[in-house]
Design a protein around this ligand. Structure first.
Ligand SMILES: Nc1nc2c(c(=O)[nH]1)N[C@H]1C(S)=C(S)[C@@H](COP(=O)(O)O)O[C@H]1N2
Ligand SMILES: [Mo]
Length: 517
């Protein structure tokens, strides 16, 4: 850029506005160019997503728990939004630092580009060719930066006759780049969405199991009082995973590898699984991250093949004590073989439909009685029989438990906390669960008084939640009620509060509300 030498230093300094525009557009161009190429190659190779996913994996467990607790299922959106905000600030600062010289901007672009390349190279769900996405991202970022910086410098040269032309040229080019950024971003997203999981799902049609789950009796929930309905709709089923974008795995492309301590290694396609004898089972799933009184518990009619049947041909060697499963995105999970063979399911359907994409389409594991992080691998593509001593799973490496049977818990759904109810007799109602033991009793007390035994709804099976209700006569004013469940093994919930990490929260749920006079 020869004009750099011609102009005196002062007049060569880019305006604040132009330098900011240069920085921000360069970074946006880098991100969206990478997103577009990733859309063509592999959506997981988008540098923005890859860095975000890596950040999730590297996040210390307490911070992750904080995120889940405070943002729930929106934690990923919060992360992406935060990343975008930080990037825009870095971009603006890099632009402003480059008012006199190109090097700060180039250095920032190179560092960000390097991060993108490193993230894509180390993701478990990307191939080597996918590195093209962050490389093009880097090239686009540096290229747009140099180009716009050159135009901005020319527009800044005070002594040229053509300054106004140069200014206009900078403006138009910036606008053009902004449009390009929008097109690349939207295009990349459309391409990523284009791997048509929905078409693959609907091509499967209704799943008809050989044995249906028994019908849910009308008396199984107290939904009219404010408990959840017994069967959670697919849309309302809680969702927990480490992913920014749901894997787009089509049933046509699906292969499950079964290997390790088996007599014969197996490769099963979706059609192979579907042709096995399908059963339907009503199961309540629970997340270990659920706080006392929390929402991460849901019930579905899962359709699938008992894992025992899936493994019959493979022949599991008796020495193996862990089923180490891996999802298409590289998340891993270790499940005790005894539980897997006793009651594990390779599920392909939920409530009569193929699994929704976010719940593991086309196939996932479900093992009643174990928290999801040690049993419920979604988008499962690899199952290896080995020993717990050999291989550590995703959450175990991050300080969570190795074995995590679901703890007996109960929750008050009504009255809603801090609400005003009554006057008259107050109905307290909620749910309790203790898969696979089953619930024997739920008790409620008000204001630390005597425990009152609640009425239990009809039991569906011992691997599902159980609704309860009780009527209390309470004087007008503020009250606190607590609940505790006893399972069929005779264990009554302890009042001792422990947090979810490492293997599930304990303690009694309590709710405060006001009774009207
Ligand atoms: N591939 C994959 N499978 C996963 C997870 C995950 O992060 N990735 N999370 C697990 C956890 S912690 C739980 S509680 C359940 C939740 O299943 P759901 O989202 O269908 O409710 O999925 C499990 N399976
Ligand atoms: Mo979980």
């Amino acid at each position: 850029m020869d004009h750099e030498r011609d102009a005196p230093a002062d007049s060569r300094k880019l305006s604040l506005l132009r330098s900011t525009v240069v920085g921000v557009l360069a970074v946006l161009a880098a991100l969206t160019a990478g997103h577009l190429i990733a859309g063509l190659l592999n959506p997981n190779a988008s540098p923005f997503y890859a860095v975000g996913s890596t950040a999730i994996d590297l996040t210390p467990a307490p911070l992750k728990d904080f995120a889940v607790r405070n943002f729930g299922t929106n934690d990923k959106l919060v992360l992406l939004g935060g990343m975008a905000a930080v990037l825009l600030i870095i971009a603006a600062v890099a632009g402003i630092l480059s008012r006199r010289s190109l090097s700060p901007g180039v250095i920032v672009a190179a560092v960000l580009g390097g991060l993108g390349i490193a993230a894509v190279l180390t993701r478990p769900d990307t191939d080597v060719v996918d590195v093209l996405a962050p490389v093009i991202s880097l090239v686009a970022g540096v290229g747009i930066f140099l180009w716009l910086h050159g135009l901005a410098s020319r527009a800044t040269d005070a002594d040229t006759l053509s300054t106004s032309t140069s200014r206009r040229q900078f403006m138009y080019t910036s606008a053009g780049v902004a449009v390009g950024v929008g097109v690349a971003g939207v295009g990349g997203q459309l391409l990523a969405d284009g791997v048509d999981v929905e078409r693959s799902r609907s091509a499967i049609g209704d799943l008809v199991p050989a044995t249906r789950a028994p019908a849910i009796p009308a008396g199984a929930d107290f939904a009219q009082l404010g408990t959840p309905r017994f069967i959670t709709s697919n849309r309302d089923f809680y969702r927990i995973d480490t992913l920014l974008n749901v894997p787009r795995l089509r049933a046509e492309d699906y292969v499950l590898r079964i290997h390790g301590a088996v007599d014969k290694e197996l490769m099963l396609r979706f059609e192979d699984i579907r042709r096995m004898r399908l059963v339907e089972r009503t199961i309540t799933m629970t997340c270990v991250s659920n706080e006392v009184g929390g929402p991460y518990v849901s019930t579905s009619n899962f359709i699938g093949v008992p894992l025992r049947d899936v493994f019959a041909e493979a022949g599991v060697k008796p020495a193996a004590d862990q089923l180490f499963s891996t999802s298409v995105d590289g998340w891993t999970c270790g499940t005790p073989v005894a539980d897997v063979l006793d009651r594990g399911l390779l599920a392909i359907g939920m409530n009569g439909e193929p699994l929704p994409a976010e719940h593991g389409f086309p196939a996932r594991m479900v093992v009643p009685g174990l928290y999801g992080f040690v049993s419920a691998t979604k988008w499962v593509v690899d199952m290896e029989f080995n020993n717990f001593a050999d291989k550590q799973s995703y959450w175990l490496k991050r300080g969570w438990g190795q074995k995590a049977p679901i703890k007996t818990q109960s929750r008050i759904d009504v009255p809603v906390g801090l609400s005003t109810v009554g006057p008259g007799k107050i109905t307290v109602a909620g749910v309790a669960w203790s898969q696979p033991r089953g619930i024997a009793k739920v008790e409620v007390r008000a204001d630390q008084g005597e425990w009152v035994t609640a009425q239990l709804a009809d039991e569906v099976n011992t691997s599902t939640w159980r609704m309860w209700r009780v009527g209390l006569d309470l004087k007008p004013g503020l009250h606190t009620v607590e609940c505790r469940a006893t399972d069929k093994a005779g264990y009554t919930q302890t009042d001792q509060r422990v947090p979810p990490i490492p293997d599930g929260a304990t303690g009694w749920h309590s709710t405060a509300f006001t009774v009207q006079g």
